[in-house]
Design a protein around this ligand. Structure first.
Ligand code: GLU
Length: 478
């Protein structure tokens, strides 16, 4: 019996919309379309401390820009909602309870201090970390009365301690895990919120997900998921773990070495269709040595056999080359439209003009003064080294620029009023006078020493390009 293909992406809204999310979304989307199935967007916001609505909105916006629309999701609903895990707590609690009743899960009353001491002892003995099963051995009646007395507890999965768990991976074949190496995972936290493992399995089942296509970093979670499916008596979906995107040095793609936010690609003038083609190339070979193909062509020819596992290197130069091919295919009218949708818009003019108005004598002075608002990466000549403060050196300045970029990662609403206190507090924290800090920052983000007020300038350049330029400058100074 063939069931409907239903796939999903399940991003956690804890930061900028990540290029890896678009990459995984693409393979899910293409597979769903090829099979006449459904592509679902689910928001995994179980990490209450780190999840934000801003991040969720940014992810949805960025995926729409990339052009990978979903059939069901938190914004449009669907038959298996809600599609935001924070709205499904009762569902997870009920399901966790079923596992306690069947003996597949148990309450654990161990205090954090005990677990910490346990971990320290395991570290000292060079043993792998893991729960020692103290509460698993509790008498069930006693455990029940402790729960009834509202003693603080979590629920843990009672992992079988012998034997092995087999995972079938559509790209890798059979993966075998020794059960003794798998921890008694926490399923429900003491605040009643589920962990990723429980919520993910319950939702994939209830949302009738047929194939789980996700990044290879989740492989080690999969045996736990397979055990959970068994404990519930459910059929597990098929698993496909995609190779991770990598930096040129083969490490997992990271913001230090590559821009990872989708907003960066939009702000730097990449075309979404070129980015999609490029992300497709990262895991899929179209056939022969053909590198340029559209989303529709990828769907038409898609087959898991054509997906390879080699660690694909994310190469910005190559993406720019591919982008050029797409750009040159557009008509003049289309290019004008793209430029308008990018930064040559009335809206952008309205933001730039007030910043340079006072310093213009003639209209022709406008473009040179706003040049850095309309560029991606900047050329600095000797300006960066000239901006190193007197008592500091290039390495220290480089570090400061990177650290500031990291600090700015956490700024949620980007405007002059939010930026100023962050940058001033940063200068205090590192013990640099604002005078020392502002010049290298100004040069890094504009390339010139005379520019409009710093925070207004950062505001209009935007979060992505500011952070990219700070990191690029640091690279150049090293
Ligand atoms: N919430 C996980 C993530 O952020 C989902 C992993 C999965 O697809 O199972 O990527």
């Amino acid at each position: 019996m063939s069931t409907e293909v239903r796939v999903r992406i399940a991003p956690s809204p804890t930061g900028d919309p990540h290029v890896g999310t678009a990459y995984i979304a693409l393979f899910n989307y293409v597979f769903a379309k090829k099979q006449g199935g459904k592509f679902i967007l689910r928001i995994e916001d179980t990490d209450r401390a780190r999840s934000t609505l801003e991040s969720e909105e940014a992810i949805l916006r960025a995926l729409k820009w990339v052009g990978l629309g979903w059939d069901e999701g938190p914004d449009i609903g669907g038959a298996y909602g809600p599609y935001r895990q924070s709205e499904r707590s009762a569902i997870y609690q009920e399901h966790a309870q079923l596992l306690v009743e069947s003996g597949a899960a148990y309450p654990c009353f161990c205090a954090e201090a005990r677990l910490e001491a346990l971990r320290a002892a395991q570290r000292a003995e060079k043993k792998p970390p893991g729960y020692d099963g103290l509460c698993r051995r509790l008498d069930r009646g006693e455990a029940r009365s402790k729960v009834a007395a509202k003693e603080k507890h979590v629920l843990r999965l009672a992992m079988p301690k012998e034997g092995e768990t087999k995972v079938q991976d559509g790209l890798r074949g059979e993966l075998v895990f020794q059960n003794a190496t798998i921890d008694d995972q926490v399923l429900l936290k003491s605040d009643g919120f589920p962990t990723y493992h429980l919520a993910n399995v319950v939702d994939d089942h209830l949302m009738k997900i047929s194939h789980v296509v996700r990044a290879e970093e989740w492989i080690s979670s999969t045996p736990k998921h397979v055990q959970l499916y068994q404990a519930f008596g459910w059929q597990a979906p098929e698993f496909f773990h995609m190779p991770l995107l990598r930096n040129a040095d083969k490490s997992k793609i990271s913001k230090r070495k590559n821009p990872v936010s989708l907003d960066y690609y939009q702000d730097s003038g990449f075309l979404p269709e070129a980015l999609v083609n490029f992300l497709g190339l990262m895991g899929f070979s179209f056939g022969g040595d053909r590198e340029k193909f559209t989303l529709a062509e990828m769907i038409e020819t898609f087959d898991w056999q054509k997906v390879s596992l080699g660690g694909p290197v994310f190469d910005l130069e190559k993406l720019s080359w591919l982008n050029g091919l797409y750009l040159r295919e557009l008509s003049t009218a289309q290019v004008i439209e793209r430029l308008r949708n990018w930064r040559l818009s009335d809206e952008m003019l309205a933001r730039m003009v007030p910043l340079v108005h006072e310093r213009m004598r003639r209209l022709d002075e406008f473009i040179p003064q706003v040049d850095f608002f309309l560029r991606g990466d900047l050329a600095y000549g000797s300006a960066l080294t000239d901006a190193i403060p007197k008592e500091r050196d290039a390495a220290a300045t480089a570090k400061v620029l990177v650290d500031l970029a990291d600090e700015l990662d956490n700024v949620r609403s980007w405007n002059p009023q939010t930026l100023e206190p962050v940058v001033r507090a940063f200068s205090e924290k590192i013990g640099w006078k604002t005078k020392e800090l502002f010049m290298p920052v100004r040069i890094a983000i504009t390339g010139v020493s005379a520019s409009p007020p710093l925070f207004d300038t950062m505001n209009v350049i935007g979060k992505e390009l500011v952070r990219r330029r700070l990191r690029q400058s640091a690279q150049l100074l090293r």
